[in-house]
Design a protein around this ligand. Structure first.
Ligand SMILES: Cc1cc2nc3c(=O)[nH]c(=O)nc-3n(C[C@H](O)[C@H](O)[C@H](O)COP(=O)(O)OP(=O)(O)OC[C@H]3O[C@@H](n4cnc5c(N)ncnc54)[C@H](O)[C@@H]3O)c2cc1C
Ligand code: FES
Length: 524
C-alpha cells in the first residue's frame, strides 16, 4: 500500500510554506519497544517525547512526515480559553470538571513553554493576551455568566475590558484572557522530534499502521509487512484508526478554513475569538456554527494575520471558495492595514458531543490508548494528552483521568440531543447510495478535478489528473461504507460520516479509515 504524501490537502498552510517537514526513513524490519506511538502530530510527538523521558523505549511511526496531518494545518492558539464555554462544561460534567479543564489546558501551555525553554527550540513561542468578543446580536448577559463560570473554574485573572487592541471590532462586552500563547507548530514539532531522537527515541516516517491488536501486549502491523511489538500503544492519528464505532459515534468531524493576510504596519500580537457559535446556536439544526479565530504570525517578509472559521460538517458543503471569500471580507471589515492574501487552506477538527476530548485507555482495550476529540483546542489537548497518557502508562495517579475518559457517557439532555442529531446526520448520508452521481460522465470532469459517478448500482470516485489521465476508485469509504465526496479546494475525497479523508489518488489521509479507497474500473 502506498503511503500518504507531504501534507493532508492540496493547499499549503502558512506553516508548510515557511518550514520544511521532517522525514526520517520507513520501518524496514520487525522491532520491539516499550511503547509504540502511531501518528506524528502534536499529540503523538509530545506523547512520544514525554514517555521517553519517563525512561521507556519508544517508537513513533507516521505514514507521512512529522506534522503532515492537522498539526501542519492548524492556527496554533495555545489557550485555556477553550472553544466550548465553561458554563456548558459545568452544566454537562459539573463544576469540578470545569476546574480540571482549565487546569489541564493551562498546564499544557506551561508544558510547551518548558519544553521550548529546555531545548532552546526556536519556534516563535510567545505569551499573548486573548480576547473573547461578541458577534453582532451576541448576548452581554451570557458573556457575563460565562465570566462567572470562568472564575469558578479557577481562571480568576480573566477580566472584562472595554475594547480590543488594534482592531475595528465593536463589541458590547469583551473578556481578556492573560497568558495565552502561540507558536509556529512545525518549528515546535521538529524541535521536539529532534529532542526525542536525541534521547534515544526512534521515528519512522512513511510507515503506515495497517492493524493494531491488543492481546497480551500490543502488536502493530505496518503496510510494509513489518511488526512492532510493544507493551503499550498510543493511537495519536487525530481520528482513531483502531475503533469501529464507540468513539466515532460520540464525536463529529468539522471542516474549518484559514486565510493569511499580509499586515502592512507593526502590530502587537494577540489572539481574538468571537462567540458566534453560542450566539447562533439555536438557529442551527446540528452542531457548532461558523465562528472566527484570529492571530498574528511573522515570516521573512514581515507580519501576517491568520483568520480562521467558516466551519461545516466534513464532506457536507461544496462552496469552499466562497468560505475563503467570506473570511477575507470578515477580516478586512475588522482589522486595519491588511495587504494581500499570502496563504489559504483548510483542515478538520473532531468535535466531541460534550465539548471535552477523549484521552486515555481505548474502550475495551488494556494497553491501547487514544487521543482524539480535539475540537478547536487540539494543540493543548495533544500536549495535555501526552502528559496524561505518560502517567497512565506509568501507573501514576492523574486527576484528569475521569474528565477525559474515552469511555465516559454524558446523559445531560443537550448532550444527548446533540448525540442523536449527529448520528441521525450520519445515517442520512446513506441516501447517497440511491442518488445520482455529482457528474453524468467522465466527460464532465475537468483536469485536476474529481466527481462521484454512478455506474449501475455502484458509485465510482473518479479523478482526472493534470495530464488528463483518469483514476477511478470505489466511492465506498472503507470505514463503515458511506459514500465519499470530492473537495475541490483540497483535492481530496472526504467521507461525510466520521471524517475519513483520502487524497485524489485514493490514499487514506485521515482515520478512522485505515486503508485506501479500492481501485475500480473507469466508468464507461
Ligand atoms: C484550520 C485549523 C485551525 C486550528 N486551530 C487550532 C488552534 O488555534 N488551536 C488549537 O489548539 N487547535 C487548533 N486546531 C486543531 C488542531 O490543529 C488539531 O486538533 C491538532 O493539530 C491535531 O493533532 P493530532 O496530533 O491529534 O493529529 P494530526 O496532526 O493530524 O496527526 C495525526 C498523524 O497521524 C498520522 N496517521 C494517520 N493514520 C495513520 C496510520 N494508519 N498509520 C500511520 N500514521 C497515521 C497522520 O499522517 C498524521 O501525521 C485547528 C485545526 C485546523 C484544521
Ligand atoms: S468515516 Fe466512517 S464511514 Fe467513512
Amino acid at each position: 500500500m502506498e503511503t500518504a504524501g507531504e501534507r493532508a490537502g492540496a493547499n499549503r498552510s502558512f506553516w508548510e510554506r515557511t518550514v520544511p517537514k521532517l522525514w526520517t526513513t520507513p520501518l524496514k524490519q520487525d522491532i520491539t519497544a516499550d511503547v509504540c506511538v502511531i501518528g506524528a502530530g502534536i499529540a503523538g510527538v509530545t506523547t512520544a517525547y514525554l514517555v521517553a523521558r519517563d525512561n521507556r523505549s519508544v517508537v513513533l511511526i507516521d505514514d507521512g512526515p512529522v506534522g503532515g496531518g492537522m498539526t501542519g494545518r492548524t492556527t496554533a492558539h495555545l489557550v485555556n480559553a477553550i472553544d466550548d464555554r465553561y458554563i456548558d462544561i459545568e452544566n454537562f460534567l459539573g463544576e469540578e470538571y470545569a476546574r480540571l479543564t482549565a487546569e489541564s489546558h493551562t498546564a499544557a501551555i506551561d508544558c510547551a513553554e518548558e519544553i521550548v525553554r529546555e531545548h532552546k527550540i526556536e519556534c516563535d513561542f510567545e505569551r499573548v493576551d486573548g480576547y473573547l468578543f461578541l458577534p453582532p446580536g451576541g448576548s452581554v448577559t451570557e458573556l457575563m455568566e460565562e465570566l462567572e463560570a470562568i472564575h469558578r473554574a479557577g481562571l480568576v485573572a480573566v477580566e472584562r475590558v472595554d475594547s480590543l487592541p488594534n482592531t475595528k471590532i465593536q463589541s458590547d462586552a469583551v473578556l481578556r484572557f492573560p497568558r495565552q500563547a502561540q507558536f509556529h507548530p512545525l518549528k515546535f514539532l521538529n524541535g521536539v522530534a529532534g529532542a526525542f531522537i536525541d534521547s534515544g527515541g526512534k521515528i519512522f516516517t512513511g510507515t503506515h499502521a495497517a492493524s493494531v491488536k491488543d492481546d497480551d501486549g500490543v502488536k502493530i502491523e505496518t503496510a510494509g509487512g513489518h511488526a512492532i511489538t510493544a507493551k503499550a500503544a498510543v493511537i495519536a492519528t487525530n481520528c482513531p484508526i483502531n475503533d469501529r464505532l464507540v468513539i466515532h459515534s460520540k464525536q463529529a468531524p468539522y471542516a474549518t478554513y484559514a486565510i493569511c493576510l499580509r499586515v502592512t504596519r507593526p502590530v502587537e500580537h494577540a489572539l481574538f475569538w468571537d462567540t458566534a457559535e453560542t450566539a447562533a446556536d439555536e438557529d442551527q439544526e446540528i452542531g457548532p456554527v461558523p465562528y472566527h479565530y484570529v492571530r498574528y504570525a511573522r515570516d521573512e517578509q514581515g507580519e501576517v494575520l491568520i483568520v480562521g472559521g467558516e466551519d461545516h460538517k466534513t464532506g457536507q458543503a461544496e462552496d469552499c471558495e466562497q468560505r475563503f471569500s467570506k473570511l477575507e471580507r470578515w477580516a478586512r471589515d475588522r482589522f486595519p492595514s491588511l495587504g494581500g492574501i499570502t496563504d489559504h487552506w483548510s483542515g478538520q477538527v473532531m468535535e466531541p458531543v460534550d465539548g471535552v476530548a477523549y484521552i486515555g485507555r481505548n474502550p475495551g482495550d488494556k494497553q491501547v490508548y487514544v487521543v482524539t476529540g480535539d475540537s478547536g483546542n487540539g494543540i493543548t489537548h495533544g500536549i495535555l494528552g501526552g502528559k496524561l497518557i505518560t502517567d497512565l502508562i506509568a501507573g501514576r495517579k492523574n486527576a484528569w483521568v475521569k474528565l477525559y475518559d474515552p469511555s465516559r457517557k454524558t446523559l445531560k439532555p443537550r448532550v444527548l440531543a446533540d448525540y442523536i442529531a449527529e448520528n441521525a446526520n450520519v445515517a442520512a448520508q446513506f441516501r447517497d447510495y440511491i442518488t445520482p452521481g455529482s457528474a453524468k460522465s467522465v466527460d464532465g470532469i475537468r483536469a485536476g478535478e474529481g466527481a462521484v459517478l454512478r455506474d449501475g448500482v455502484k458509485k465510482i470516485a473518479t479523478y482526472r489528473d493534470e495530464n488528463g489521465n483518469l483514476h477511478a476508485f470505489s466511492a465506498i469509504c472503507p470505514h463503515l461504507g458511506c459514500i465519499v465526496r470530492w473537495d475541490s479546494c483540497e483535492k481530496t475525497w472526504d467521507c461525510p460520516c466520521h471524517g475519513s479523508r483520502f487524497d485524489a489518488l485514493g490514499r487514506v489521509l485521515n482515520g478512522p479509515a485505515i486503508s485506501n479507497l479500492e481501485r475500480a474500473e473507469i466508468p464507461g
